[in-house]
Design a protein around this ligand. Structure first.
Ligand code: ACO
Length: 435
């Protein structure tokens, strides 16, 4: 197999190296192309562009394969825990017992946020979206936990622990604020997920009963969301991080990118969609027909993916988890039946089949969160808690990789060619509108 590609432009031929990844993915390395030819490549929305070489997560979207550091997601979902996955993504290998204990202790030690930050929550309006609060508060961590001038390995371990642990505390505090209840502090006695659930749902007058099935479902949710290579928010983290901005500001930018309805915000939209279908008394057929019409303003939320052109393996795992959790007494949810029906209908419909639109991770994840008692507005916040190790792993990989350069894409300019300034009183009326 040749390890070069040839590009012919007019009468000139350019030889471009081919890069092969460890899973035999091949890419044409065009990094010298502009220097050699004056040409850049154009790839709107970067659907065909590899922006880095990474050893964190592998996805084969055609086969529906997802691996963290080489481990199949199905195995990790069955056997691992979120804390272990966080360690794996950031450090590259599963931890030994001792490494896990040190890592967990560091998370515990970092779980409180500075007491003065607690007062910030009082200033947000009651209706503030928790994603807005989360991105603000995470950026604010930069002021309370200033970074040393030199980021040595210990400083890196520390701010990573701060972010993984404190994001959960901030999330729970913002929920308590929205409920008008006093905050509940984290506790050394509790593990990562139990701690979060306790901060969310216990109160000075009521203990929270930890149901192992719920704890496991939340742990599974976080594992499945922990990384997904160069998605919109992770790419944002890499882009902002490449300017060497403060890491808390970098992660805050990632949170903002995740908020959008075409990305992490879709989990909330799925439940809104299912609720609307339930309220209309339909089984989803009508909604599917609407979602197929371009100008209806609707999409079948939780369906489709830029990379998966087959089943998203995370959706398969979450569907099974829904079956398990929602079959518990008192947890049945008619929206699950509608979701199953929609999946059945869509996967028989040529519109979805021909465009390779399958359920993605968000299709079933909202149902799990609803069963746990997480309010809708917080669905994407839980996604952010889960994605934190992935963002940090990518940031760390990028800043330690040679050559390290600021990310600065180019463009093909299609605006006006050079023209000259005309004083306002000499401009024709229709052009005098400010732009
Ligand atoms: N419902 C109906 N039609 C869809 C859907 C959908 N959910 N998704 C894509 N399509 C159609 C588009 O209209 C387009 O049709 P056309 O070829 O006739 O123009 C075609 O499928 C391709 O769609 P694009 O938007 O170009 O696909 P892209 O790869 O850019 O977008 C995305 C992927 C954003 C996930 C898209 O499928 C979508 O909007 N899905 C719904 C939102 C969602 O679930 N987002 C969560 C993604 S997973 C995550 O971020 C964690």
């Amino acid at each position: 197999m040749t390890d070069q590609a040839k590009l012919i432009v007019g009468k000139k031929e350019y030889v471009l190296p081919l890069i092969t990844g460890t899973q035999n993915e091949r890419a044409i390395d065009i990094s010298q192309l502009r220097e050699q030819s004056g040409l850049i490549t154009l790839d709107n929305s970067l659907g065909n562009t590899g922006v880095c070489q990474s050893s964190i997560t592998f996805i084969d979207g055609d086969q529906g394969i997802l691996q963290y550091r080489g481990y199949p997601i199905e195995e990790l979902a069955e056997k691992s825990t979120f804390t272990e996955i966080a360690y794996l993504l950031i450090h590259g290998n599963l931890p030994t017992r001792k490494e896990l204990s040190i890592f967990s202790n560091r998370l515990n030690e970092s779980s409180l946020i500075h007491e003065d930050m607690r007062h910030f929550f009082e200033a947000f309006p009651k209706y503030a979206h928790p994603m807005g609060i989360l991105s603000t508060m995470v950026a604010s961590l930069s002021t309370f936990y200033p970074l040393p001038d030199v980021l040595d390995p210990d400083a890196e371990e520390q701010f990573m622990a701060n972010l993984i642990s404190q994001v959960r505390t901030i999330a729970a505090f913002s929920y308590k604020k929205s409920m008008g209840e006093p905050v509940v502090y984290p506790s050394f006695r509790l593990k990562y997920v139990e701690n979060f659930l306790n901060m969310m749902f216990s109160s000075p007058v009521k203990d929270y009963h930890q149901d192992p099935d719920i704890v496991r479902a939340v742990d599974l949710f976080l594992i499945l969301h922990a990384d997904h290579e160069q998605n919109c928010s992770t790419s944002t983290v890499r882009l902002v991080g490449s300017s060497l901005a403060n890491i808390y500001a970098v992660i805050s930018a990632g949170i903002s990118a995740l908020w959008g309805s075409r990305h992490g915000g879709a989990n909330q939209e799925v439940i809104h969609m299912l609720e609307r279908i339930l309220a209309s008394g339909g089984d989803g057929k009508e909604f599917i027909e609407r979602a197929k019409k371009k100008n209806s303003g609707e999409r079948l939320m939780g369906f489709g993916h830029r990379v998966y052109k087959n089943f998203d393996p995370r959706a398969k795992i979450l569907k099974q988890a829904c079956h398990k959790l929602l079959s518990k007494p008192g947890m049945n949810n008619p929206m699950f039946d509608i979701a199953l029906r929609i999946e059945e209908l869509a996967l028989k419909d040529d519109y979805f089949l021909s465009r390779q639109l399958y359920p993605n991770v968000d299709f079933y994840s909202g149902l799990i969160q609803k069963a746990v008692g997480i309010p809708y507005d917080m669905f994407t916040v839980l996604f952010a808690i889960g994605r934190m190790p992935g963002w940090l792993a990518h940031w760390r990989e990028m800043v330690h990789q040679e050559p390290f350069r600021i990310i600065r894409p180019r463009q093909v300019y299609i605006g006006k060619t050079e023209r000259h300034y005309v004083p306002i009183n000499e401009r024709p009326e229709q052009n005098a509108v400010p732009v």
